[in-house]
Design a protein around this ligand. Structure first.
Ligand SMILES: Nc1ncnc2c1ncn2[C@@H]1O[C@H](COP(=O)(O)OP(=O)(O)OP(=O)(O)O)[C@@H](O)[C@H]1O
Ligand SMILES: [Mg+2]
Length: 606
């Protein structure tokens, strides 16, 4: 049995049987299910873990008391916005709890449950210890409610009511953004989020300023795999749970289309806009139809008068982007994540500079991530960074490696119990070899699991310590390379084809290109690659696969001989032509890239 110090949150719905009668069984079921789901989202967004759900209640644990307090406030705010008059009571307690078979027990668990039972609808009750632990950091108010005598507890408990207020509601309707959070941000990653407390704190501070009407840009720089995207996504998820609009634009190594990440951002936003809105922004949208031809279908009747002067054209486009984002940010505080800015083109960065300088989108936070190692920073990015640095509302965060303690946390959450000495040794080995690089930490852990150095038996993980030293590869390339050597020849050819195709590839394109290579069963190969954690399937209109990380794709691609690569480019290009025979416009840029690469590498040009 493992013992850890945690903050426990217990919640329940007040008068749920009354509500069931009022709503009817079917509607009530739906409402309660949605409520559970919303609360679980809030827990995850505050780095907590749901231990169990019972009836309409929920029990969750948090490593940080501050996170726990904030989560309970966010839960009440979330529930208060719903129309079905559901009301929550919440109890919080902290202390040592014991873990066994995924369940926890101990005095804090009992105390949290009793406080919850004691609370009224809409009330949050916490023990004095929670208040001490969270201190000022939670920014919550604690009103003393005295020593409560709780059922089943020998001693009275010093208790406090945590204050909360419904979120400001500026339109008199729902305060939650109706723009759905982009799917890439909502998916829960394989490993729990650890560390980055200082950075999260800084982002919280900036976000508070943004919500008060002072727009900001937050730039997260670090080496490849350090955890930039993850930090940005974790933070954005939390903002979304609060009700903010979250938008995402990803720069792509391969497809350097002008304005590409902004196209992604605006496309998502415009699709979620209700008709009344698209109706009031017709001029701006007409301008944006240059970037988003699909707008003409979404919003009928857009007319745009072109100008002969390219400078004017550019100016009009920029102002339209700005106006549409400003409008979104007026409705709800808005976070735009621009991922991988080291791959951004000059035009993309020009829009970012303009937004940062003009400040007209008042409740807008732009979070940009980029690899800041010398060879990755392009000239346009360098001058954009220099320019942004001159504005007061830009903050720069630089991510270092995760320290030993955080690597221990990482391993502890991977195994789901407290670490014994051998597991702590494993964590230390991983910390040392990875230098704290988050991508590398995850890969090394997977490597040790795959090699049987650590293994799960019963409800605990054990270590074959003797094998530890020999089992740790020295570089990311070696870890990924090792996984490649274990693949069947067909899967190996398939993954090389995918690497040449890009970060994402449609299954059909892969299948046709593979058939040309004489690679047999594509389905089996893809299963094998998913199992080896190299590719994963992403939802979409067409079945599509993507590399689990850009670093994995890079490693695979680097290992291919140039002559073989030229052939693969050609095969991908021909498959693309085949699949998109009816309309090649969307893939023209991609086709050009493959034919050019094939020619440059010495293959036959087209
Ligand atoms: N603080 C963290 N706790 C747990 N896992 C993390 C953390 N940060 C990153 N990771 C994991 O490490 C891997 C690499 O992180 P991420 O993709 O965010 O790196 P990156 O800096 O964006 O890399 P790149 O420069 O290649 O885009 C991911 O699997 C991510 O989920
Ligand atoms: Mg990234």
């Amino acid at each position: 049995m493992a013992t850890v110090t945690s903050t426990i949150v217990s919640t329940d719905v007040v008068d749920s049987t009354v509500l069931r009668t009022r709503l009817g069984e079917e509607r009530a079921d739906l409402v309660f299910r949605q409520n559970q789901h919303a609360l679980q989202e809030v827990v995850a967004a505050h780095s907590g873990r749901v231990v169990k759900t019972a009836g309409d209640g929920l029990l969750a644990t948090f490593d940080s008391a501050t996170d726990a307090v904030r989560a309970t406030v966010a839960m009440q705010q979330r529930v208060s916005r719903e129309a079905d008059a559901l009301r929550l009571r919440i109890g919080l307690a902290a202390g040592d709890v014991s873990w066994e078979r995924g369940d926890c027990s101990g005095l804090p668990v009992v105390t949290a449950a009793r406080l919850e039972a004691h609370a009224d609808g809409g009330q949050i009750l916490a023990t004095g210890l929670v208040r001490q632990l969270a201190g000022d950091r939670s920014a919550a108010t604690f009103r003393p409610v005295g020593q409560l005598t709780l059922k089943g507890l020998a001693e009275p408990v010093e208790s406090f009511e945590v204050g909360w207020a419904p979120l400001a509601d500026d339109r008199g309707t729902t305060a939650r953004s109706t723009v759905p959070c982009p799917a890439a941000i909502t998916v829960a990653p394989a490993f729990a989020f650890v560390g980055r407390l200082a950075e999260r704190h800084e982002l919280d501070r900036v976000w508070a300023a943004v919500k008060a009407g002072e727009p900001h840009v937050a730039l997260i720089g670090a080496e490849a795999g350090a955890g930039k995207t993850r930090l940005a996504f974790e933070f954005a998820r939390r903002c979304s749970a609060e009700g903010a609009t979250v938008l995402l634009g990803v720069c792509d190594t391969e497809l350097a289309l002008p304005y590409q990440p902004w196209v992604q951002v605006l496309d998502h936003l415009v699709r979620a806009m209700p008709a009344e809105l698209t109706g009031s922004l017709t001029e701006e949208l007409a301008e944006l139809s240059l970037l988003l031809p699909q707008l003409e279908r979404l919003v009928p009747g857009l007319v745009r008068t072109p100008s002969a002067d390219p400078e004017t054209e550019r100016y009009r486009l920029f102002s339209a982007v700005e106006s549409v984002l400003a409008d979104a940010a007026r409705r709800w505080p808005t976070v735009v994540v621009l991922d991988d800015l080291h791959w951004a083109g000059a035009q993309t960065l020009a829009v970012l500079r303009l937004l940062a300088r003009s400040g007209s989108a008042t409740r807008l936070l732009v979070i940009g991530t980029f690899r800041d190692t010398g060879d990755e920073i392009t000239d346009p990015l360098a001058s954009c960074l220099a320019d942004l640095r001159r504005t007061e509302t830009t903050v720069r965060l630089r991510l270092g490696g995760l320290d030993g303690e955080n690597v221990e946390r990482f391993v502890a959450s991977a195994v789901g119990h407290e670490l014994d000495r051998p597991l702590r040794e494993v964590a230390a080995t991983i910390a040392e070899h990875s230098g704290g690089n988050a991508f590398y930490i995850g890969e090394l852990w997977r490597h040790l699991v795959a090699g049987g150095v650590v293994a799960e038996g019963g409800d605990r993980w054990t270590v074959r310590t003797a094998a530890l030293g020999v089992g740790v590869p020295d570089s990311v390339r070696e870890v990924v390379g090792d996984r490649l050597t274990r693949l069947s020849p067909a899967a190996r050819r398939l993954v090389e084809l995918a690497a040449v195709a890009g970060q994402r590839v449609e299954r059909q394109v892969l299948a046709i290109a593979a058939a040309q290579m004489g690679t047999g069963e594509v389905g089996d190969g893809l299963d094998e690659l998913a199992e080896a954690n190299l590719l994963s399937e992403v939802g979409g209109v067409l079945p599509t696969y993507q590399f689990v990380h850009a670093i994995v794709r890079g490693t695979v691609e680097q290992a291919i001989r140039p002559s073989a690569k030229a052939r693969l480019h050609l095969q991908v290009a021909e498959a693309l032509e085949d699949v998109h025979e009816a309309d090649r416009r969307p893939v023209l840029a991609e086709l050009a890239r493959h034919f050019t690469a094939a020619a440059a590498l010495g293959g036959p040009a087209k």
